[in-house]
Design a protein around this ligand. Structure first.
Ligand code: IMP
Ligand code: MG
Length: 179
């Protein structure tokens, strides 16, 4: 990637750091209300979740364990809907209330596949929290239990989300113009 116009390629914040903080605080209250003191296993989907996960974990009060998974869509076969798990959960989750933390739901394929894999492991319950949701792009029938921000069909970066692996470290979410 040509990084000459690295920051100017991001057309400002469409969601500011402050809005992200407030949105995550509400998501934390939602989780606390559902589980009401019962312990949960918070599973983040890497890499996009890394910042969101750190803030979400600090916004919840129920006892919480942390785990990560990673998934990739098969390259060039997006329409086939095949998703490869590149980092799987390494424990028995059948005694856990599981909460998945995802950065963005786009076509829905990644999370649908991840949720199906986790359901087979028979957790006590399963909820999905996503930071961003692009419902216009949905290709499969899958929705989060809680979407913090709904956005139109634009490509966004920052706060964990990348364009060719760049921009994950921006503290806000912005639209990118180099595509
Ligand atoms: P899905 O399987 O189509 O729902 O896509 C999920 C993955 O696509 C996300 O976890 C992101 O890695 C990536 N993705 C989708 N839309 C965007 C975007 O606007 N910016 C950055 N990554 C995106
Ligand atoms: Mg990505």
């Amino acid at each position: 990637m040509n990084t000459d116009n690295y920051i100017s390629s991001v057309k400002g914040a469409i969601i500011t750091a402050e809005e992200i903080r407030d949105g995550i605080a509400s998501a934390g209250k939602y989780i606390d209300a559902i589980y009401d003191g019962r312990p949960i296993l918070l599973i983040g989907i890497l890499k996009g979740c890394f910042m969101f996960m750190a803030d979400l974990a600090r916004a919840i009060s129920v006892p919480c364990e942390i785990a990560f998974m990673a998934a990739k869509s098969y390259e060039g076969t997006e329409s086939s809907g095949k998703v490869r798990i590149t980092l799987d959960i390494d424990r028995d989750i059948s005694e856990y209330h599981v909460v998945i933390a995802e950065d963005i739901i786009d076509t829905g394929r990644t999370l649908k596949a991840v949720a199906e894999i986790l359901k087979e492991k028979k957790p006590l319950s399963l909820h999905v929290i996503t930071l961003l949701d692009k419902p216009e792009r949905r290709a499969v029938n899958f929705n989060a239990d809680y979407s913090i921000f709904t956005i139109p069909d634009i490509f966004v970066v920052g706060y964990g989300l990348d364009y060719n692996e760049y921009y994950r470290n921006l503290p806000y979410i912005g639209e990118i113009s180099v595509l």
